[in-house]
Design a protein around this ligand. Structure first.
Ligand code: TYM
Length: 346
């Protein structure tokens, strides 16, 4: 690891953590621990951009923290905390609201999807969501951000904000002793693995999502073996046998999705999975997928249950992580205040 490389990522505590969150993001969080300093955040400020029942929000915050730990993130070597405990995120987000342009935010597809037709009734927070996300990353001057495919556009915006801040305040940044003028780095998205976009089990053209009304569309990390088996068996497929090569998946989104899930869970390439199962019927492949999914996810679900039964422990992890995060984040915000010209006690 070079000393300057730092990983940051976040997950919203909005209920129903699913296989997409796990394979698209959390699996990569776990891997990066070996090579980088990592900060993983439960983004509760982002969660309230849509209405959340307060008691459910508390529960979901602990559940995401428990999922991080159960999946193998070590909160002592790295940092795990919830966003609202480190006020520097919100402070920097305000500065970024004044750096980002309306035109940039107007292009955000996630806002359009989430606001839907009733745009006038969406919260201002939902609209400004990407500047808070930029603040999450840049308040640590993180260089690498593991995410699923759906966050790519937000990462591009983060880079635009970093660049505009560096340009707008170039002289002041240099006056602070940063000769390059690059106060904020350009963070790189890490969108890797065979499951960067896990699709719904009911419709291979739709993303697997927390908000899909059908529970059969997703495998939740809290699902037990029976639920996993039922959902995989009922997953939509087509009548053809599995192809032997990857290009045979191109026009078959449901088959492609299940093969991608198998590959990601087993740590193999899709081509390799098809060499084993190509030409065979879906029913056999699905049985193997059930065994694999239960084998990999079962222990995580059980550990999440054990951890969430002890909220005192989880809250302790979050407040300890927040204390360590605060030291780093406050240093950046103080420097930003000086750069922008805010008067502060020194
Ligand atoms: P969120 O909470 O919606 O999702 C958490 C992570 O899971 C990934 N993901 C998926 N990956 C593959 N297939 C899917 N079907 C799927 N669904 C979700 C997401 O891409 C994400 O990596 N805005 C972020 C949270 C956030 C954040 C940040 C992330 C806030 N601040 C700073 C990185 C850095 C979000 O809503 O993720």
């Amino acid at each position: 690891m070079t000393a300057k490389e730092l990983v940051f990522s976040g997950v919203q505590p909005t209920g129903n953590l699913h296989l997409g969150n796990y394979l698209g993001a959390i699996v990569n969080f776990v891997k990066l621990q070996d090579t980088h300093d990592c900060i993983y955040c439960v983004v509760d400020l982002h969660a309230i951009t849509m209405w959340q029942d307060p008691a459910e929000l508390t529960k979901a915050t602990r559940e995401v923290a428990a999922a991080f730990i159960a999946a193998g993130i070590d909160p002592r070597t790295h940092i795990v905390f919830n966003q609202s405990q480190v006020s520097a995120h919100a402070e920097l987000a305000w500065v970024f609201n004044c750096v980002a342009r309306l035109g940039w935010l107007n292009r955000m597809t996630q806002f359009k999807e989430k606001a839907g037709k009733d745009r006038e009734n969406a919260s201002v927070g939902l609209y400004a969501y990407p500047s808070l996300m930029a603040a999450d990353i840049l308040v640590y001057r993180a260089t690498h951000v593991p995410v699923g495919e759906d966050q790519k556009q937000h990462l591009e915006l983060t880079r635009d904000i970093a660049q505009k801040f560096n340009n707008d305040f170039g002289d002041q940044i240099r006056a602070q002793g940063v000769d390059s003028g690059l106060f904020f780095p350009m963070p790189e998205p890490l969108i890797t693995g065979p499951a960067t976009r896990v699709m719904s089990l009911r419709d291979g053209t739709k993303k697997m999502s927390k908000s899909d009304p059908s529970d059969y569309s997703r495998i939740n990390l809290s699902d037990d073996a029976d639920a996993i088996a039922q959902k995989v068996r009922k997953a939509k497929t087509d009548p053809e046998p599995l192809p032997s090569e990857e290009k045979g998946l191109e026009t078959r989104p449901e088959a492609d999705n299940l093969v991608g899930i198998y590959a990601a869970l087993s740590g193999r390439a899709k081509a390799d999975v098809l060499r084993e199962f190509g030409g065979g019927q879906f029913s056999n492949f699905k049985s193997s997928l059930v065994d694999l999914a239960v084998d990999k996810l079962g222990p995580i679900g059980a550990e999440m249950k054990r951890l969430t039964a002890d909220p005192g422990y989880v809250d302790g992890v979050l407040s300890d992580g927040a204390a360590r995060a605060r030291v780093l984040a406050d240093a950046t915000v103080n420097a930003v205040k000086d750069i922008v010209g805010f008067v502060r006690a020194k």
